[in-house]
Design a protein around this ligand. Structure first.
Ligand code: UDP
Ligand code: MG
Length: 315
């Protein structure tokens, strides 16, 4: 059986088209398929639409989170509850064409554990987003141990053992891109052209993206801390050398030490670096704090399949 996990947050505009296209793909697949929709606290009538569709297609399952937990949590919920031997993750907004799912399933049948979908181009996204994304990937891959493949989103197929491995990762800060990379497994990459959003508008803004980027960097590497250490050493070394030089100069040439401007510059520069490093440390401490609370990643309010099978949430 194949599970298709779809996080949904206020996507009423696209759901009819999405359902049509998914239904066509499922028919073409010829395997049992469950569509696991995860409603991430939508406030429009996405839920009503999905429940109505469920009456027509019993393969539709709807998990409703108790509020908006964010895409990463919604996907985590979907992966936790998917029952398929393989799971496809796909966005609701049709930026990832469902028609590619048969190709992904083919690769999986040939033995791949993970089928990654790599964007050949990003139509309909502003160049600012494209540039920031590329800078971010380069940065995070420089500092993290398991490189995150460039230009791949969450659109992918994963085998059962890959999903089980993911479900076993206990962290509460779920930076999925990094977690996928960390789990590894034999991977095949297919290329595709990413479409612009079919309808509605993106739920991301730059603040959220910066937050996600910080999350990515701090949850997958402690190297920034080491960089802070090295920066401190360098500054101390430079200060020592400069001090010695000034003393020697005073001994040989006599005392003349103007330098009010350079002093101000040094003080502001160094205290800036200090605050930066303290803030960085705080990021990590905050992360530890959040993890120690041991709160669940999501709260499930409703599972449309509740009566069918008891489930045991692993998180
Ligand atoms: N999404 C979600 N919870 C959120 C924000 C988004 O489940 O808080 C879902 C959304 O419905 C969509 C997917 O995540 O299926 C990707 O969101 P979006 O298209 O807004 O992001 P973008 O493609 O612009 O990165
Ligand atoms: Mg999108």
């Amino acid at each position: 059986m194949l599970s298709i996990v779809i996080p949904v947050h206020n996507e009423a505009d696209v759901i009819p088209t999405l359902l049509n296209r998914l239904a066509r793909v499922c028919r073409q697949l010829g395997t049992a398929t469950e569509l696991v929709f995860v409603d991430d606290g939508s406030s429009d009538n996405s839920v009503a639409l999905l429940l109505k569709a469920r009456r027509r297609y019993p393969d539709i399952r709807l998990l409703q989170l108790s509020r908006n937990f964010g895409k990463e949590a919604a996907v985590t919920a979907g992966l936790n509850h998917a029952r398929g031997d393989a799971v496809v993750l796909i966005d609701a907004d049709l930026q990832d064409p469902p028609e590619l799912i048969p190709d992904m399933v083919n690769e999986w049948r040939k033995g791949a554990d993970v089928v990654l979908m790599k964007r050949r181009c990003r139509t309909g996204e502003s160049w600012v987003k494209q540039v920031t994304a590329s800078v971010f990937y380069r940065l995070i891959n420089r500092i993290s141990d398991a490189p995150i493949p460039v230009d791949t989103g969450d659109f992918r197929l994963m085998s059962r053992r890959t999903v089980d491995a993911l479900n076993r990762l206990p962290e509460r800060n779920r930076y999925l891109k990094g977690m996928f990379a960390w789990v590894g497994m034999p991977t095949v990459t297919l290329e595709f052209d990413r479409d612009p959003r079919a309808a509605g508008k993106t739920k991301w803004n730059y603040l959220k993206l910066v937050h996600l980027a910080m999350e990515g960097i701090t949850s997958f590497s402690t190297r920034p801390l080491r960089i802070a250490l090295i920066l401190g050493l360098l500054a101390a070394g430079a200060g020592g050398l400069f001090g010695t030089w000034e003393v020697l100069k005073a001994l040989v040439l006599g005392v003349s030490t103007p330098g009010y401007a350079s002093m101000i510059a040094m003080i502001t520069f160094l205290s800036g670096i200090q605050l930066l490093c303290v803030g960085l440390l705080g990021e990590y401490v905050g992360r530890i704090y959040m993890e120690t609370k041991q709160r669940p990643v999501f709260i499930l309010a409703e599972d449309s399949d509740d009566h069918v099978q008891d489930y045991q949430p692993t998180l």
